[in-house]
Design a protein around this ligand. Structure first.
Ligand code: PMP
Length: 361
């Protein structure tokens, strides 16, 4: 009814239609307050309830134990690239970085400025088409933490399980948070920008264990001190009220549609439609990721030439398949199919891939 396209954007990205409809219905007069939530004090009771419910539902979805704090911050995932080493990489210790793509490299860049950051695995030789699922890393007194990216948004590679590495584990889950169940107890710090699986840009979520939190040094500027945010329940300064509200609606929608197990099943099914089209094309489409590292969120593939890629993208656009152009570092196409992306859109794309290959192969 709204004339919407199938939006394959890598982020900000498509949101559940029932969430957008609810936000629309509540826009002018939020739950009887006579104003929009955007116009309301963050210290008001209705907003505090929105924040409280968003946190409770997020905790319920991921099964987050009480010994972790959940923070709703700003500055995107990119600010956490710096806050994490600033807080937990003291002189005399080193941080281990596992580099499986572009975002891990960015995280490393900030860590190197702030302390001793060591690369323990780097997928560069394969142009970041794989992840080290079998990498063994033991705990060691001189290691502050190990950092990795569960899903690399640009390359479309992901870890299939939570790693069993020793020592504090820190993970950038920006592009696959809430796409599948996660064993939170394996992690000390998880962070993610909201704008892929959770809501609009402007919210960054941090989940941190009390043990890790206690390791933070004194003397940080308060905005870069997770303890300050934790002590103030994410209200040290004005939080991203509208973004948190939409995230809360997304969490509720996920709970109402079966939680993360059901989301993972839907995501596996959606991704399979596209990977089957790639694998069945006799090499016309080439998947970037090796099969064992294939992401269910970002499906990356190339065609034999720039001309074919352009022609394919043009036909896709004509079928309302929007945002499929790949990142320049991989080339070709990238289909970002986060939680809210409808299965029907994957089917339309898979059908077009088969049809296009048969006409141009
Ligand atoms: N990490 C990953 C895995 C991402 O996909 C992105 C955004 N594309 C970022 C970090 C950066 O997030 P932000 O723009 O919120 O800083």
């Amino acid at each position: 009814p709204y004339d919407r396209v199938f939006n394959f954007s890598a982020g900000p990205s498509t949101l559940p239609v029932p969430v957008l409809e609810k936000a629309q219905a509540e826009m002018m007069n939020f739950r009887g307050t006579g104003m929009s939530l955007m116009e309301m004090s963050h210290r008001s009771a209705p907003f505090e309830e929105v924040l409280h419910n968003a946190e409770a539902d997020f905790r319920a979805l991921l099964g987050i134990p009480d010994r972790y704090k959940v923070l709703f911050l700003q500055g995107g995932a990119s600010t956490q690239f710096a806050t994490i080493p600033m807080s937990y990489l003291p002189a005399g210790k080193k941080a281990r970085y596992v580099i499986t793509g572009s975002w891990g490299k960015k995280a490393l860049e900030s860590a190197k400025i702030l302390g001793d950051a060591e690369v323990v695995w780097d997928g560069k030789s394969g142009n970041y088409n794989d992840v080290p699922n079998d990498l063994a890393l033991d705990a060691s007194d001189d290691v502050a933490y190990t950092h990795f990216t569960s899903n690399e948004t640009i390359q479309g590679v992901r870890f299939s399980t939570d790693p069993n590495w020793g020592g504090p584990l820190v993970c950038d889950m920006s592009s696959d948070i809430l796409s599948r169940p996660v064993d939170i107890s394996k992690y000390d710090l998880i962070y993610a920008g909201a704008q892929k699986n959770m809501g609009p840009a402007g919210v960054a979520i941090v989940v941190i264990s009390d043990e890790m939190l206690a390791k933070g040094p004194d003397g940080l500027p308060p905005m870069f001190d997770y303890r300050v945010h934790a002590e103030n329940d994410s209200m040290y300064n004005t939080p991203a009220t509208w973004g948190i509200y939409i995230c809360g609606l997304v969490y509720r929608h996920l709970l109402d549609t079966g939680g993360l197990e059901a989301a993972a099943e839907r995501n596996d099914r959606k991704a399979k439609l596209l990977y089957d089209a790639i694998d069945g094309s006799n090499g016309f489409f080439k998947g970037h990721a090796v099969p064992s590292a294939r992401s269910t969120m970002n499906v990356t593939f190339t065609l034999a030439s720039d001309d074919l890629t352009k022609a394919f993208l043009k036909e896709a656009q004509a079928k309302q398949l929007d945002g499929l152009k790949g990142h320049r570092s991989v080339g070709g196409c990238r289909a970002s199919i986060y939680n809210a992306f409808p299965e029907e859109g994957c089917q339309v794309l898979a059908d077009l891939m088969r049809d296009f290959a048969s006409r141009n192969g």
